[in-house]
Design a protein around this ligand. Structure first.
Ligand SMILES: *Cc1c(COP(=O)(O)O)cnc(C)c1O
Length: 371
């Protein structure tokens, strides 16, 4: 993506190099074991992940989008919601959050993020609640947890489910409780670039709800509840054995990765330039999937300057879901804060083991010299 840059945005080969010996050993174990879908490796990873999050159930699935889709579909099968019901989501999220809602025939209702935290502004949720609202999907965007007492109170008062989109924030926490255990159910993605990345696609659903866990476990496997018994018209959304084995290796060392991301973020926090606003540093449970700055004026000029100095950057995300062609005429909303962010955000390199401490210091110097 930015070959040849002195400070590349992300180099997955470098990230996984660190675990190569253990990953190869785990691959060999799966190859020799003769079981390639489900089995002990998947069950082991599910119980490790449930323990990591402090929840009763973790159900391995094919990817993060499917994790979200199966949670919503599970609630539909349980009679908690039905097609046509409304689901609130943050207007500046990645499009997968919204695809999961519309794929289930549910109606996506965007709510603005806070301009500083860039996360769903819980003070704005209630004005969008109607008699058809059934859930809030809170997205821990960029690795910053988005959950508070106000959100919990609104959900309790209106009988809404809180579903966490935890694709970017495994290991993040609010008052010592980790994301994935905060709401009624949570979806994780193990896409290779995520903080816990597989060597392919993967995902998980976590919940303390016994019924939802068993419905999701059936839905991922054709809706089968017992041999030759299909209670639901389900899907094929299973987690591969080999990916579960890769994920167990990497989960055991996730803490080091998070520490490293926080060290790099602390260096970025020291940048001083009136034209570039650093990420808000007030959240201690942040795991910095991305370190996102805002550039008030002429973002492309800043991006070009960074590239000319060898720094790879990315924009997460330049087009909010409600502005995508697929949602024209479907989501009819004005979201000036989300649109402002789409036009002004820039993500800096923060990949552990790919960006060094010295690299981050150099990048701060480069930003400080930007005129
Ligand atoms: C990556 C991501 C997803 C989708 O995960 P996949 O595993 O790629 O399907 C969903 N929501 C958010 C916020 C994401 O960043």
């Amino acid at each position: 993506m930015d070959g040849g840059l002195r400070y590349p945005f992300l180099d997955l080969g470098r990230v996984n190099e660190r675990y190569a010996a253990q990953l190869k050993e785990a691959c060999a174990r799966v190859i020799d074991g003769g079981r390639y879908i489900g089995g002990d490796e998947v069950e082991r990873f599910e119980s490790e992940l449930a323990a990591y999050c402090g929840v009763r159930h973790a159900v391995g699935v094919s990817n993060g989008l499917d994790a979200l889709r199966l949670i919503l579909r599970g609630y539909i099968e349980m009679g908690v919601m039905s097609p046509g019901d409304e689901v609130i989501y943050p207007a500046n999220t990645y499009i997968a959050t919204v695809l999961a809602i519309t794929h289930n025939g549910l109606v996506p209702v965007p709510v603005e993020p806070d301009r500083v935290t860039m996360n769903l502004d819980s003070r704005l949720i209630e004005r969008s609640v109607t008699s058809r609202t059934k859930a809030v999907v809170t997205v821990h965007l960029y690795g910053r947890p988005c959950y508070d007492a106000a959100m919990r109170d609104i959900a309790a008062r209106h009988g809404l489910k809180i579903i966490e989109d935890n694709a970017q924030a495994i290991g993040a926490s609010v008052d010592g409780r980790v994301t994935g255990s905060l709401g009624d159910a949570a979806a994780f993605s193990f896409y290779p670039t995520k903080n816990l990345g597989a060597l392919g696609d993967g995902g998980v659903v976590t919940t303390d709800d016994d019924e939802l866990a068993s419905v999701v476990a059936a839905l991922r496997n054709y809706g089968m509840t017992a041999r030759d018994m299909n209670r639901y018209a389900g899907f094929n959304c299973r987690l591969d054995t080999i990916q579960a084995a890769m994920l167990s290796v990497k989960l055991s060392r996730l803490g080091e990765e998070i520490d490293r991301r926080r060290e790099l973020a602390a260096i970025y926090d020291t940048m001083r330039n009136d034209m570039v606003t650093p990420a808000d540093a007030s959240c201690h449970g942040h795991v910095y999937h991305q370190y996102v700055v805002t550039v008030e004026d002429r973002r492309q000029r800043f991006i070009d300057y960074m590239a000319a100095h060898g720094v790879g950057t990315m924009v997460h995300y330049p087009v909010p879901p409600h502005r995508q062609p697929c949602y024209r005429g479907v989501i009819d909303a004005e979201c000036p804060v989300a649109e402002y962010l789409a036009d002004h955000v820039v993500s800096l390199p923060i990949s552990p083991w790919c960006t060094s401490t010295d690299d981050a210091r150099d990048i701060v110097d480069i930003i400080n010299r930007y005129k």
